[in-house]
Design a protein around this ligand. Structure first.
Ligand SMILES: [Zn+2]
Length: 231
């Protein structure tokens, strides 16, 4: 059987720690679709990872953004600038935050939190906000409403998984072979969990979304944070 998807592995070094994130690439009849694209200023690493997986970056046709967080959209503008044929897809509710029409919700959250931080946390908090202030806006070409079906990855549908952010989406293969969670679930200790529950825009909704994706009983849950859970 043809390969239906690949998982990239981007490694970021922050201070003395490392963070890995795992964007997915889905193959369709006429499309090669990247799901989320890493932090800003790491396009070279993204391109290298694509090539390591046998994918020439110029063959990408679409970029789906699961939500507005900078680890998911950081390279979007640079990617589109270099490969203008790539169409960007995102949900209706995320679009004004991606396009810059409204202030990014994570930045709003960071700015609201800043005065309440302990003195020793303030510098880090300010760094976080500054990173978001410098984040490039990206205008989606196609708006998703949830429920759309595509032939990517052997056939998939877009599912609304709000909570982490209001318009968060995930991608499920119709035969439940895989589900690309975005941040609707992270993999922690071989279990799916709500990502950073204390920073969810709507925690109840996030818990509900996690339940929803768990109920599909997919064979592979592809988590942007944590990697692949095989069930
Ligand atoms: Zn994330």
């Amino acid at each position: 059987m043809d390969i239906r998807y690949e998982i990239l592995d981007l490694e970021y070094v922050f201070g003395d720690g490392k963070q890995h994130i795992f964007p997915a690439v889905l193959f369709g009849k006429d499309d090669i679709v990247l799901i989320d694209c890493g932090y800003s200023d790491s396009l070279c690493m993204l391109e290298d990872q694509l090539r390591i997986h046998g994918i020439e970056p110029e063959t990408l046709t679409k970029l789906v953004l699961t939500h507005q967080d900078d680890d998911h959209i950081g390279n979007a503008t640079e990617l589109k600038k270099k490969y203008p044929a790539i169409q960007v897809l995102a949900s209706l509710a995320e679009t004004p935050y991606l396009s810059g029409e409204r202030k990014n919700l994570r930045l709003q959250q960071g700015e609201e939190l800043q005065p309440h931080l302990l003195e020793e946390q303030k510098a880090l908090g300010e760094q976080f906000c500054e990173r978001y202030r410098n984040l490039d806006s990206v205008q989606p070409d196609v708006i998703l409403y949830g429920g759309e079906r595509f032939d990517w990855g052997g056939g998939c549908e877009i599912i609304a998984t709000p909570g982490h952010t209001p318009g968060h989406i995930s991608i499920r293969s119709l035969d439940n072979e895989f589900l690309v969670t975005g941040d609707a679930a992270v993999l922690e200790g071989n279990k799916l969990a709500v990502a950073n529950p204390e920073f969810c825009m709507d925690r109840k909704a996030a818990e509900h979304s996690l339940e929803k994706i768990t109920r599909f009983h997919c064979r592979h849950y592809v988590c942007y944070h944590g990697g692949v859970l095989k069930c």
